[in-house]
Design a protein around this ligand. Sequence first.
Ligand SMILES: [Zn+2]
Length: 287
Amino acid sequence: MIFVNDITCPLCGSSVPQRRFFARSNKPFCARCGWNLDRAEAALNDTKTMLKLITLAVAGVGLFAAFAAVRAHELWTLSLPAIFLLIAMIPLWNYISARRAIAVAKSTVIPDLARTNTPVLPSVQLLLSLPRPRRVRVALTGTLGIIVLLSVVILLCLFLMVPFTWHDSPIDSKNSPLIPILFITFVVSVMVVPAIFREKRNWSLFRDGDVALARVLAQSRAQQGRTTYSKIDFEFRANSGQLVRNSQKDLSEMVFEEMTIPVFYDPLDPSKNTALCASYLKIAETF
Ligand SMILES: [Zn+2]
């Protein structure tokens, strides 16, 4: 299934399925050694109140619709609330299946399989051994890739329209395709310019900075406007011995508690640091 992505259990190395679409707030856990099981259960319990409200709302709308349909002798009108009901049932179904999976895992996990000293992944080992300056590249994957691709396609279509409409719609006309072009350019620049400034700083950290393996202390979903993103808190020890903490947006959405992630920092000021997963940039050799 395309909405499932496997991550590696940081304690025993088994593959852990991670649901990415409907159940993003569910924390993945390892059914073999029990990694993250308690946190997954706590996160699920947090959704209980919201779930009760949804169930109440759905029941209310359903009852009202049924009453109205019976009064009006128009039973076909029930099909619309029925569809609504089915959609609203998705979180409930997700909750029940996650709870069952956690209960099953609780009785079958073997905690002895968990190791506290987790092996470093080969790609991370390579990263640690790379000579400076490292070769930094922009990774056009995920959301960034989709945004860039869509903008290019839309702009291309609009520019192709210009010669066909030019003669009967001068620039000040309402029909001029130049107006949407300017609008899209404006929107894209508002979204892209701050990211470019952020990535400019990351670029020099990734190229010349020191690299450390940071331990992920916490992961949660943070609200940003109408969407949410994965926020990670991590901690690493700089070469100077200083213990540094930071909180960043995990663009990979595949980082969770107790995992070890590469972080690049300025050796003169380790408070200037960025996790690799918090950037659209990647190191060329470790793509
Ligand atoms: Zn495990």
